[in-house]
Design a binder for this molecule. Structure first.
Ligand SMILES: Cc1cc2nc3c(=O)[nH]c(=O)nc-3n(C[C@H](O)[C@H](O)[C@H](O)COP(=O)(O)OP(=O)(O)OC[C@H]3O[C@@H](n4cnc5c(N)ncnc54)[C@H](O)[C@@H]3O)c2cc1C
Length: 429
């Protein structure tokens, strides 16, 4: 009987722990062919003229893929790395290595699903099946107490029902060993320059240099439970004075170097006093993904009759330039934008402040801001980014949001300095 080979197409799931496509391929096939494609689509300019991927995220991605390769090697495998369109590369590799099936994790945002559809069509032409798995959420779609079409649009209702009626599945084991076919050309990791971007220069003021990969992710996760200034307290919890304790896990969650379930079960195991806040934050991530699954692009599309869309400024382009360069003249906003530009990461509160300011104060089209965040954020995730921006812009129906309130903060303030005095110490601490 001939051998069965399954090609595992890695995308935003760059890990070997809790990874169903890898685990199932190892279980069902004699040979596993892991592949990662650096797709040029993600390194071109977006409609606003910004790069779709900035150089800080590109470096993080390269590090993550390098780490995945090492981890796969540690269990006997090898990662094939290519630069190019997966709809062309995957069928070629599938034919070359006599693959029987291709596995991948299903995405929700339209650019990502378009790419999967192209791959599916190309594979179909050579009579191969692309099998879809669900692996990006905390709660499995099939364990929700409602079908996708009936998911409540209100986060509060979604949270209440999910917490009451659903459970989080245990993590899937890491395969002890995988066997890859004999590989003739595994391919080299590209440099940032080969992806068409300038090598990033680290800003000496930045407190954290995010290093991509599963190993760094697991280290960061452990550090969440070792907060020395407040023992036993998660960094992501907020104390009474409003100081933020951030887990800073988002870059690894976004690239799938870390699974949501892994974070959840670590919280349960350590039972830190404020662990429920971190779990609540993870639920926001699920919520946005499920909203995209339910509504697609409509979730972020303005309704024509909407009275809540602010009237846009006549000189939007100029205002947008000043915002993105941190030259608005508002110290808080400018400081946050400098931090974003220099590091690729700002906290949730800071994101709300600058997004709210752009939309409500400068009256610039929110999609420009979202596209700019898409370039700059190391943790860029389509559903989280576009969903949160649309939320702050008042586009979608999910109104009971603390984000919407915080996002509108700059509008109501009498004096900008008062706002800064009240918020700056807490936000920039
Ligand atoms: C305008 C705007 C744009 C955003 N863009 C992104 C994005 O592209 N990618 C991204 O991961 N997050 C995005 N967020 C959500 C949030 O700001 C970040 O997830 C969070 O700041 C990451 O830091 P942390 O890991 O320390 O978060 P923690 O507070 O420690 O939370 C733990 C995890 O919960 C999830 N989470 C927390 N808050 C949210 C939220 N509001 N929405 C979705 N998930 C959340 C994240 O995965 C985060 O890593 C955005 C928020 C706003 C207001």
């Amino acid at each position: 009987m001939s051998e069965k080979t399954i090609l595992v197409w890695f995308r935003n799931d760059l890990r070997i722990h809790d990874n169903e496509i890898l685990f199932e391929a190892a279980r069902k096939a004699d040979k596993v062919l892991p592949v990662y494609c650096f797709d040029p689509f993600y390194f071109k300019k977006n409609t606003s003229g910004n790069a779709k991927t900035g150089n800080l995220r590109a470096r993080f991605l390269i590090e993550s893929v390098a780490d995945l390769r090492e981890n796969l090697r540690s269990i006997g495998g090898e990662l094939i790395i290519r630069i190019g369109n997966p709809a062309e590369i995957l069928p070629q590799l599938a034919e070359q290595y006599k693959v029987n099936e291709v596995y991948h994790h299903r995405e929700v945002a339209h650019e990502e699903t378009d790419i999967s559809e192209q791959v599916e069509t190309a594979l179909w032409k050579i009579k191969l099946n692309l099998k879809h798995f669900i692996g990006h959420t905390l709660y499995h779609k099939e364990d929700l107490p409602f079908p996708i079409k009936d998911i409540p649009d209100s986060f509060a209702v979604f949270k209440k029902k999910v917490e009451r009626d659903s459970t989080v599945r245990p993590c899937i084991g890491t395969p002890e060993r995988i066997f890859t076919p004999e590989i003739t050309d595994a391919g080299e990791l590209p440099s940032v320059a080969q992806l068409g971007l300038n090598e990033p220069v680290d800003d000496p003021r930045s407190a954290t240099r995010f290093v991509g990969g599963e190993n760094a992710a697991l280290k960061q996760l452990s550090s969440c439970f070792l907060n020395t200034d407040q023992p036993g307290m998660l960094k992501s919890s907020r104390n009474a004075a409003g100081t933020e304790y951030l887990s800073m896990l988002s870059p690894w969650l976004a690239m799938g170097c870390l699974s949501m379930r892994k974070v959840y079960w670590e919280v349960i195991m350590h039972q830190p006093p404020y662990g429920n806040l971190l779990v609540l934050d993870l639920l926001w991530r699920d919520y946005f993904r499920f909203m995209f699954k339910k509504h697609g692009q409509k979730f972020i599309a303005a309704k024509e009759t909407s009275a809540i869309s602010p009237k846009l400024a006549a000189n939007q382009d100029e205002l947008f330039e000043s915002w993105k360069n941190g030259e608005t003249g508002i110290p808080l906003v400018d400081a946050i934008m400098h931090e974003l530009n220099a590091t690729g990461y700002i906290s949730n509160s800071k994101r709300q402040v600058v997004a709210g300011y752009l939309i409500n104060e400068l009256k610039v089209d929110w999609t420009k801001g979202a596209a700019y965040f898409e370039e700059k954020l190391i943790d860029y995730s389509p559903a989280s980014n576009w969903g949160n921006w649309a939320f702050i812009a008042g586009i979608n129906d999910a109104r009971e949001s603390r984000y919407q309130i915080a996002g509108k903060q700059p509008v109501g303030m009498e004096s900008k300095s008062e706002f800064i005095d009240t918020w700056l110490p807490a936000l920039l601490a």
